[in-house]
Design a protein around this ligand. Structure first.
Ligand code: MSP
Length: 872
């Protein structure tokens, strides 16, 4: 009998509804989502909770200002949080609101329980109350509270919780490690506070003092009276430094009434902290809920912002100890996201909205124009994540359809064909979903890579775009595109690690064949070491370090391809193409073939491991790559099946059919920085992605999005009869003005117009980001030959420096092969491959159309230029 899985219950703070979500809130939720996904893939029965904190004076006042009842106000703002999490593909299993009946019932039960156990008493108290922070502050009337606003003098008959009785128990709990607190600095701060050593540890966090009924400085007490005691672990502390806590209010009524004394509402922090239990069934009589509570409580991890650690590490354990309930196992604090050097917060007005980034990065995936090709999109994709579904907890969305595999959490990609459109026929809504999830991955990566978890870090749009381009577009994205395209070009368009196309030579190599396993032991060792390091770091919440080690493997794999230069082997193999069996391969050919296959297998296997390790961080992009690698199981399902843990080298099976290649991370133009800055400074939403899409699809030649990767439909360039083009290998010409044309691109000198009067461009404007999608490269023609029975077509081989490739070009009427040999020309390197006359063409030459009959004149250079240089 198999053991039942370990449970893992983790929570985020529940967010106040007095402000709309910003990127700081997203930061905490993202970290939690990464952890939840990691635990699911480890096989743990994971429960991930988030929600909103809706009671208290602050919310009541905000609602009054808005002129609506507090419940309506809370409903509206809470929805902006839940909508955002759904938009970002968060996999929270529940979404708790403190205005939920289940929660109110649970809080009242906890109160009664504490009262019955003698932990609560009634007394009166006068003090300075910070409304913004919902707490009493030490100081004279008018003291400035932690929220920067003057406190209010409040005299109240209050219920008090006997916090003072829990000073030593909580110190012992933390010192023994029974309650783990991370980072170390936070643990020290909490302990220092508990021990009464306040003077030595004054930090920003300690601006937020709980009410002190005894005005005397605890340190003074210690000095004057020598009242220092020792904890079980032998550390000094000042008994009496922790004071009882006021846990009810009578000055406002937006809260949960104290059972039996409805004049009082329960202190918002007692109310809020209890969410962690009420969400998993505490307070319910329903047997299923009771079983749920028994299963999941106590929480394994409370992930919180560093400013609320005292509530989670002092008050919360004390409440639970007093109630005789099990204690959470760990509290891990994230640092603050700073913007313009101070903590992002609504009151400072320096927030960055997550939606701004989602919109801007989502626009990098413009929806391609539909074609008449087979749509390849299932109805499930199109109805994917309706507005209603978004408001549901992720677990319900998962259960609803296909375990979340074809809808809900993960978009099912369209299934473009190499010759078809990227997402033909996909609905706007489904495409927008893809854009959001793509952009969500970008945010996840950036925040967790850029800022060491637990420390404060600055957020900037500049850094975001820069990291995106360097690590995602040029790093992981480029590696995947490069490798898989090499397989398509050099082996076969359909099979990985199989045979070069056409050769019917059984048997396909099997994984047992030592050749596959021995080619690059170094890369294999590095991949295995990377898995261990990344798992260790992730387990320790060192997200940045985990990503760093994975990126080291990305860089090594990329270097491996460059060093082994598979394109050099291609030539050796080419002449053996018609060989009927391995026996007929010469030694040299045979070795080259094995080597080529091994190189591509090794690189792909490394990518598989990278992709599996990246899944918790980039769940949406890795799903695409997983599919491209040829796995039929969705990565989400693979995670649940345990296929993403204990990764062993050799997981890719030779002969696996590659999935359809498609763009992964299109490069981001610098303009995106301005777009986001403008959107924030105007505080108006950036144009919705669908607006962007419309503009783009009508104005742009539908050239493939990923400059590193040929995947767009070959109809990219107008098959205008006037252009000297054959099949997919057109020379670019100045086209008819009504045709989306490349001549309108910025004056780089590349798109030289032969100045035919009829060609005066009145083509629509494009944005620079449309232009940068075209990967224009310098190449040298090294082979040029006629193709039998094709009058217009020449077969060329061009050298790009980093690889050689075959291009078929319809210029035979104007150029002889001899004219072309050795010429340095410009090609579009990221055009989707296309088959003509049984041969594949991988790119297109650039030429201007000259004279009445449109003679193509190849673009060349007057100066020396290195092969592979990019034209910008
Ligand atoms: N409602 C309380 C928490 C109750 S938990 C029982 C609260 N809410 S909050 O909306 O003000 O902020 C909650 C959390 O949001 C922070 O603890 C932190 O996790 C996250 N962040 C809010 N602003 C942030 C930054 N600028 N930077 C990083 N995290 C931020 O406190």
């Amino acid at each position: 009998m198999s053991e039942s899985p370990k449970k893992f219950y983790l929570t985020t703070p529940i967010y106040y509804v007095n402000a709309r979500p910003h990127i700081g809130h997203a930061y905490s939720t993202i970290a939690a989502d990464v952890i939840a996904r990691r635990h699911r893939l480890l096989g743990d029965d994971t429960f991930f909770l988030t929600g909103t904190d809706e009671h208290g004076q602050k919310v009541q006042r905000s609602a009054e200002k808005a002129g609506i009842p507090p419940q309506q106000f809370a409903d509206q703002v809470s929805k902006t949080f839940s909508d955002l999490w759904a938009r970002m593909g968060m996999t929270n299993d529940d979404y708790i609101r403190t205005t939920d009946e289940r929660h109110k019932r649970g809080v009242q039960k906890l109160w009664k329980h504490l009262e019955e156990r003698g932990a609560i008493y009634l007394s009166s108290y006068t003090g300075q109350y910070s409304v913004g922070e919902e707490m009493f502050i030490d100081g004279p009337p008018g003291t400035i509270g932690p929220d920067g606003k003057p406190t209010e003098t409040v005299t109240e008959e209050n219920y008090f919780f006997k916090l003072s009785e829990y000073q030593l128990p909580v110190i012992n709990l933390i010192e023994s490690g029974e309650l783990h607190i991370q980072p170390e600095t936070t643990r020290n701060e909490v302990l220092s506070f508990l021990r009464g050593n306040v003077a030595a540890e004054l930090t920003q966090v300690y601006d937020r003092e709980p009410p002190r009924l005894d005005a005397e400085d605890p340190q003074k007490i210690a000095e004057n009276e020598g009242k220092v005691a020792r904890s079980t672990a032998g550390h000094n502390y000042v008994p009496g430094a922790l004071k009882d806590l006021s846990i009810s209010r009578t000055t406002f009524n937006w809260g949960i009434p104290v059972p039996g004394n409805e004049k009082h509402v329960i202190y918002v922090w007692l109310d809020a902290l209890a969410n962690y239990m009420t969400a998993v069934g505490y307070g319910s009589d329903d047997p299923a809920e009771i079983a749920k509570f028994e299963k999941y409580w106590p929480a394994d991890l409370h992930l919180v912002g560093k400013e609320i650690t005292r509530f989670h590490c002092v008050y919360w354990p004390a409440f639970l100890l007093a109630a005789g309930l099990p204690l959470p196992k760990s509290v891990v604090a994230n640092g603050w996201l700073l913007f313009e050097d101070s903590k992002m917060s609504k009151s400072r007005g320096n927030v960055v909205r997550t939606e701004t980034i989602l919109d801007a990065f989502g626009s990098l995936l413009p929806k391609p124009a539909p074609t008449t090709a087979d749509t390849g999109v299932s109805p499930a994709d199109i109805k994917n994540n309706t507005a209603d579904e978004k408001n549901q907890p992720a677990n319900e969305r998962i259960n609803k359809a296909d375990n979340g595999i074809s809808s809900g959490l993960q978009p099912t990609e369209s299934t473009p064909t190499q010759t078809g459109a990227l997402a033909p026929g996909i609905s706007d809504e489904a495409w927008k979903r893809q854009q959001d999830l793509f952009a969500s991955d970008v945010i996840r990566y950036f925040l967790l890579r850029e800022i060491p978890f637990g420390q404060d870090g600055s957020f900037s749009f500049d850094a975001l775009v820069q990291r995106y381009n360097s690590d995602l577009a040029n790093g992981y994205g480029n590696l995947v595109s490069r490798t898989l395209n090499l397989i398509v070009q050099y082996c076969s368009s359909t099979y990985v690690y199989g045979r070069r196309s056409g050769a019917a030579i059984p048997p396909l190599r099997t994984i047992e064949n030592a050749a596959y396993l021995q080619f690059s032991p170094q890369l294999r060792e590095l991949a295995e070491a990377t898995e261990q390091a990344s798992e260790r770091n992730l387990g320790a919440f060192e997200f940045g370090k985990a990503l760093e080690t994975i990126w080291n493997l990305v860089a090594r794999t990329d270097a491996f391809i460059s060093e082994t230069a598979p394109w050099k082997l291609l030539k050796e193999i080419s002449s053996a193409e018609n060989t009927e069996s391995y026996d007929q391969l010469t030694d040299q050919h045979g070795k080259a073939l094995i080597r080529l296959e091994d190189i591509l297998y090794t690189a792909s296997e490394s990518i598989r491991i990278i992709t599996a390790l990246l899944y918790p961080f980039l769940p949406n992009t890795t799903a695409k790559v997983w599919k491209q690698l040829g796995f039929e199981t969705h990565i989400e399902q693979a995670a649940r099946n345990g296929e993403l843990k204990n990764l062993k080298w050799g997981g890719l099976k030779p002969g696996t059919k590659l999935g359809t290649l498609a763009p992964i991370f299109p490069r981001a133009p610098k303009e995106l920085i301005q777009t986001m800055t403008d959107a924030e400074s105007n505080n108006t939403p950036v144009p919705t992605p669908s607006k962007f899409i419309d503009e783009k699809t009508t104005h742009t030649s539908p050239i493939t999005e990923d400059p590193t990767h040929p995947a767009a439909p070959p109809r990219a360039i107008s098959p205008d009869a006037a252009t000297p083009s054959v099949g997919g290998s057109h020379a670019i010409t100045t086209e008819r003005p009504d045709t989306p044309s490349h001549t309108e691109a910025p004056a780089s000198g590349v798109f030289a117009n032969a100045a035919a009067q009829s060609d005066i461009p009145d083509t629509p404007q494009i944005a620079i980001d449309d232009f940068v999608k075209i990967d224009l490269r310098v190449a040298q023609i090294v082979v040029a030959e006629r193709i039998p029975k094709a009058d217009k077509l020449l077969r060329l081989e061009v050298d790009l420096g980093y690889e050689k490739r075959q291009i078929l070009s319809g210029i035979a009427e104007w150029y002889t092969p001899e004219d072309l040999l050795g010429r340095r020309i410009v090609i579009i390197a990221n055009l989707a491959p296309r088959k003509m006359r049984g041969l594949e063409s991988h790119g297109m030459l650039l030429a201007a159309s000259h004279g009445e009959n449109g003679k193509p004149v190849l673009a060349t250079f007057g100066e020396d230029i290195a092969l592979g240089s990019r034209l910008r």
